[in-house]
Design a protein around this ligand. Structure first.
Ligand code: PLP
Length: 365
C-alpha cells in the first residue's frame, strides 16, 4: 500500500475477542456450546428489553435519535445528574475510544495497571499517546504504583473497578485517598462496567464524587448485568464542560434505535438485574468452592468472571475445553501468566457442566 497511514497505530494489534459460539460449533461439529468467554449475561436480557427491540424494528429505516433523548432523560433522573453530563457510546468501548480522541496529543502519557482492559491502551496509543503500566500488587491494582508514575506529561489515568481480567476491586477509602492526590489537570477514567456485580460493602459509590472532582469520567455499560452486549450501549458521566467536547467528535447516530429502546426498557426491569446478580453470586460461590476442593488457585472476584490458575499451559486447556463445548479465555492475552484462564460465570447448570469438563481435561493433561 502506498498511502501513508498514521504511524502511531504501528504498535497496536487487533483486538482478539472470545470465539463466537457458531464458529466453535462448526469447527468441532458440536451441537451445544457454552460461551464463558466474554463476561456476557448467561440469563440473556430482560424480556421487557427484548420486546422493546422487537417493537422498534419497524423504525429501522430511520436514523436513531442521535441525542438518545429518552434514555438521557431517564438516566439523568435515575442517577441525579444533569442531562448534559452524559455522553452515549456504542458500548463503553466507543466512549473509551472517544476519550483518546478528545484528550490525547502525541507524546501524552496515560497510566494504568499492567493487567487490565486492553481498550485503555488502544484509546491512548491510537492517538499517539504513550501508555505507562504500573505493576499489580497481589493481582490487583496498586494505586500507589499508579500514582508514582504520574509525570508532568500524564494526561489520563485509566482505572477499572472491578478490574478485568482479575475481578479485583479497590475500596471507597482507597479510591478517595487516591483521587485526593491527583492533580486536577489529569483526567481520571473510572470504568465501572462490572459495578453491579460487586457485593463487597466497601465498593465505592463513585457518582457523588463527580461533584467534588471535575476531572473524573465515570464509565458505565448496558452490556454486562443488563445483558445487552450485542446492542452496544454504554455511557460516560462527567462535568458538562468535558461532555461538550465529546459531542464535537461523537459519531452523530452512534447508538441504534434498538439499543436505545432496549436500554430504556432494561432500566425498568430491576427484577432482572437482581436475578442476574443472584445468579452470578450462586455460580461464583459454587465455582470457587469446586476450585478450592481441587486445589486450583483463583483470584477472588467482584465481577462476573473468575481467573483461575490451571497449572498447565492454558492454551492447551483452552483448546481441550473448546473441543468439549466450553469457550473460555486464556489469561496471557490479558497479560497474565500462561497458566491462567478467565472463566465467565454462567448459570449454575452451565457451571456444573463446566466444572465436570474442566476436571476431565485437567486429569488428562
Ligand atoms: C472493563 C471493561 N470496560 C469496558 C468494556 C466494554 O464494554 P462495552 O460492551 O460496553 O463496550 C468491557 C468489556 O468487556 C470491560 O471489560
Amino acid at each position: 500500500m502506498t498511502v501513508e497511514y498514521r504511524k502511531s497505530i504501528d504498535p497496536m494489534a487487533p483486538y482478539v475477542p472470545g470465539r463466537p459460539i457458531e464458529d466453535v460449533q462448526r469447527e468441532f461439529d458440536l451441537e451445544r456450546v457454552v460461551k464463558l468467554a466474554s463476561n456476557e449475561n448467561p440469563l440473556g436480557c430482560s424480556p421487557k428489553a427484548r420486546e422493546a427491540v422487537i417493537d422498534s424494528l419497524d423504525q429501522s429505516n430511520y436514523y436513531p435519535d442521535g441525542n438518545c433523548t429518552r434514555l438521557r432523560e431517564r438516566l439523568s433522573e435515575t442517577l441525579g445528574v444533569k442531562q448534559g453530563e452524559i455522553v452515549f457510546g456504542a458500548g463503553a468501548d466507543e466512549v473509551l475510544a472517544m476519550i483518546g480522541k478528545v484528550f490525547i496529543n502525541p507524546g501524552d502519557e496515560c497510566v494504568t495497571a499492567s493487567v487490565t482492559f486492553s481498550q485503555y491502551e488502544a484509546s491512548a496509543v491510537s492517538m499517539g499517546g504513550v501508555m505507562v503500566f504500573a505493576p499489580m500488587k497481589n493481582n490487583a491494582y496498586d494505586l500507589d504504583a499508579i500514582y508514582e508514575r504520574i509525570t508532568e506529561k500524564t494526561k489520563i489515568i485509566f482505572l477499572a473497578n472491578p478490574n478485568n481480567p482479575t475481578g479485583t476491586m479497590f475500596t471507597a477509602a482507597e479510591q478517595e485517598s487516591f483521587l485526593a492526590k491527583i492533580p486536577s489537570r489529569v483526567l481520571i477514567v473510572i470504568d465501572e462496567a462490572y459495578a453491579e456485580f460487586a457485593d463487597d460493602p466497601s465498593y465505592p459509590e463513585t457518582l457523588p464524587l463527580l461533584k467534588k472532582y471535575k476531572n473524573i469520567i465515570l464509565i458505565k455499560t448496558f452490556s454486562k448485568i443488563y445483558g445487552l452486549a450485542s446492542l452496544r450501549v454504554g455511557y460516560g458521566i462527567a462535568d458538562e464542560e468535558i461532555i461538550q467536547l465529546f459531542e464535537k467528535i461523537r459519531p452523530p447516530f452512534n447508538v441504534t434505535i434498538q439499543g436505545q429502546a432496549a436500554a430504556l426498557a432494561a432500566l425498568d426491569d430491576q427484577d432482572f438485574v437482581r436475578e442476574s446478580f443472584e445468579n452470578n453470586r450462586a455460580g461464583m460461590e459454587y465455582f470457587c468452592r469446586e476450585l478450592d476442593a481441587v486445589g486450583l488457585p483463583y483470584i477472588p472476584s467482584q465481577a462476573n468472571f473468575v481467573t483461575v490458575d490451571v497449572k498447565r499451559d492454558s492454551r492447551e486447556v483452552f483448546h481441550e475445553l473448546m473441543k468439549r463445548g466450553y469457550i473460555v479465555r486464556t489469561g496471557y492475552v490479558f497479560g497474565l501468566d500462561i497458566s491462567w484462564i478467565r472463566v465467565t460465570i454462567g448459570t449454575l447448570e452451565q457451571m456444573r457442566g463446566f466444572v465436570g469438563t474442566l476436571k476431565e481435561v485437567l486429569s488428562e493433561q
